[in-house]
Design a protein around this ligand. Structure first.
Ligand code: PMP
Length: 401
């Protein structure tokens, strides 16, 4: 049966981590995977998560029965509220979530549902550049017409929103537009509030369908509410839309696969219909979601003291990342590394799009054991007070070669 199956290429970011693990250089640095590390380079279990996990372990009322197909209701409601705040679509019962297998699962459920609902020839527009999986998810859901919209400009090392807007204008009416709500991966550059307003206008004029990927809420500004500004402005403007939430990064629950797909519709009745269809898609895929991550997130979000503690934990992560941005930029400037390095501190979120070219990235990886993506993206969380001098020196060397 399988004699003709070809060997598939490895998934770049996982391959990078495997190469990193195999490297025996004591100075090696992993700047690939978008996962938070503390100042000792170690994965961080958020203290608030650890506290709730202990409570859960001792709670004899809990069991391992199946969750409902759409997930733990109190989790979905709290997650939806985290995205939408006081937007009236929530009180009008026009917005609700379905629990998903983290952000990827939310995107896939959204893509499957959209493919069964929109005409097959619908164009899906995604950011150039974007997180590599976006394209694969929508392709595997069945969409054939996928096209990039302009986002990053290498010249200004920032998002070129006027080109972004004109690409949305040029797209066929009723296209699906996949936005990053905040802390854009990989560029670390987000539109301003006025630019979001311009984007909303073109989405409205062209009858496009907006879908937001929200994998880093809290990492752009350190404040999850501020980071939801784009979502809330679109919701308040009355759009029908979807939001794909991940709790991998902002709760550090990477392997618990905890996410939520929010759908906002015109009426409560339509929302019930839509969610009933999403339920069938989940049923035929994995039947129902896992409970552990959802219990943690719902306990934290629904308990005011724990919620406040969580916001402190996020602030701690985003402050450390900011510190690393400042430290890296100042080191490169001190070394006189050719080029401008202000983008390192201008960019936000977990990543910096360094502008290093593939040769420089290869040198860093192969000759200096600094593992970064070949598009020049580095996860700032991989840097710490012990390895940042080494990394700055290696970048300096790479740029001067
Ligand atoms: N969207 C973006 C932009 C991401 O960077 C990621 C994680 N790297 C995800 C979605 C989904 O991650 P997960 O499935 O682990 O929640």
């Amino acid at each position: 049966f399988f004699g003709n199956v070809q060997l598939a290429p490895p998934v770049a970011v996982f391959k990078l981590s495997a190469d990193f693990r195999a490297d025996e250089n004591p100075k090696k640095i992993n700047l690939g995977v978008g996962a938070y590390r503390d100042d000792d380079g170690k994965p961080w279990v958020l203290p608030v998560v650890s506290k709730v996990e202990k409570q859960i372990a001792l709670d004899s009322s809990l069991n391992h029965e199946y969750l409902p197909i759409k997930g733990l209701p109190e989790f979905c409601d709290a997650a939806t509220k985290l995205a939408l705040g006081e937007s009236k679509c929530v009180s009008e019962d026009r917005a609700a979530g379905v629990q998903t297998l983290s952000g990827t699962g939310a995107l896939r459920l959204a893509a499957d549902f959209l493919f069964q609902t929109f005409p097959a020839e619908t164009t899906v527009l995604y950011s150039n550049p974007t997180w590599g999986n976006h394209l694969d998810i929508f392709k595997r859901a069945g969409f054939k017409n996928l096209a990039p919209y302009s986002y990053w400009s290498g010249d200004i090392k920032a998002a070129d929103v006027s080109k972004f807007v004109s690409d949305l204008e040029a797209a066929p009416d009723r296209s699906i537009i996949l936005f990053h709500s905040c802390a854009h991966n990989p560029t670390g550059a987000d539109p301003s509030a006025e630019q979001w307003e311009q984007l909303a206008q073109v989405v409205r004029a062209k009858n496009h369908f907006p879908i937001f990927d929200t994998a880093y809420q809290g990492f752009a500004s350190g404040n999850p509410d501020k980071d939801a500004a784009a979502l809330r402005s679109f919701a308040d403007a009355g759009f029908e839309m979807m939001i794909c939430q991940s709790f991998a990064k902002n709760f550090g629950l990477y392997n618990e696969r905890c996410g939520n797909l929010v759908t906002i519709t015109q009426t409560a009745q339509i929302l019930d219909n839509v969610r009933s269809q999403q339920e069938l898609i989940v049923r035929a895929n994995y039947s129902n979601p896992p409970a552990h991550g959802a219990r943690i997130v719902s306990t934290v979000l629904n308990t005011p003291e724990l919620n406040a503690e969580w916001r402190q934990n996020i602030k701690e992560m985003s402050d450390r990342i900011d510190l690393m941005r400042n430290e890296l930029r100042s080191r490169l400037e001190k070394l006189g590394t050719p080029g401008q390095w202000n983008h390192v501190t201008d960019q936000i979120g977990m990543f910096s799009f360094t502008g290093l070219n593939p040769d420089q990235c290869n040198f860093l990886k192969n000759e200096r054991s600094c593992y970064l993506m070949s598009n020049g993206r580095i996860s700032m969380a991989g840097l710490n007070s012990k390895n940042i001098d080494y990394f700055a020196q290696c970048v300096d060397e790479a740029v001067r070669k």
